[in-house]
Design a protein around this ligand. Structure first.
Ligand SMILES: [Zn+2]
Length: 216
């Protein structure tokens, strides 16, 4: 069995429900040609797949996160930290204080504490567009894949279609929902304009096709 994808219906078809017409496969619903990227030979673990895909770093986060660390580890940090804690005593939902404390703990390497403050921002529905990549990175480190799914669906309008599908794909993969992951990787592929990233996505699609093609 081989899995192919219909771009217009956004569904995966296998050999049994795909129609053949002069050696090309067609979607049984809309009759458009199906996409197929082939498959990989080797057997692979999900951990190694995720590592190879470099899910933490969709673009250039080494640079991004150096920026974060630089801003929050300067000599002013301790003063700002005390100020933030003071502000939160009187105004527990103060967004800037919550955001600043999260990044302070991130710079200290205290990921769960950093995440707690982002979760608080989320509880009061105050996550902004600039927060998303950072927030998802924390969730990825903590392997909270279901929370990533919930988050990107909740804040879909704040992120690009590529990031939306990319993060859903990775979180479904982490949740062992391979068919859903495959669908999202196809969507990510077609909403991606970075050639290097497209190559990585294509490889993921091939890996997932291998996993899903194995007889159960
Ligand atoms: Zn179709």
């Amino acid at each position: 069995m081989s899995l192919r994808y219909c771009l217009s219906c956004k569904t995966i078809c296998d050999d049994f429900n795909a129609l053949t017409n002069n050696d090309s496969y067609q979607c049984p619903t809309c009759k458009k040609p199906l996409i197929y990227f082939g498959r990989e030979q080797a057997s692979i673990s999900i951990e190694s797949i995720l590592a190879e895909y470099d899910a933490l770093h969709p673009y250039n986060p080494v640079k991004d996160f150096q920026g974060v660390a630089k801003d929050y580890s300067n000599p002013q940090t301790n003063i700002a930290l005390i100020e933030c804690e003071e502000i939160l005593k009187h105004d527990p939902n103060n967004q800037e204080a919550l955001r600043h404390l999260s990044k302070h703990f991130w710079a200290q390497g205290l990921i769960q504490k950093a995440l707690d403050y982002m979760n608080k921002l989320n509880q009061i529905n105050s996550v902004i567009s600039d927060d998303i990549v950072y927030y998802v990175s924390l969730l990825l480190i903590q392997k909270e894949y279901q929370s990533i799914t919930d988050l990107v669906i909740k804040y879909q309008e704040l992120i690009t279609p590529f990031l939306f599908h990319h993060y859903l794909a990775v979180s479904y993969l982490g949740l062992n929902q391979f068919q859903d992951a495959l669908t999202q990787f196809y969507q990510a592929y077609h909403s991606c304009d970075d050639e290097d990233r497209k190559k990585k996505i294509k490889k993921m699609i091939r890996y997932l096709s291998t996993i899903l093609d194995q007889p159960s």
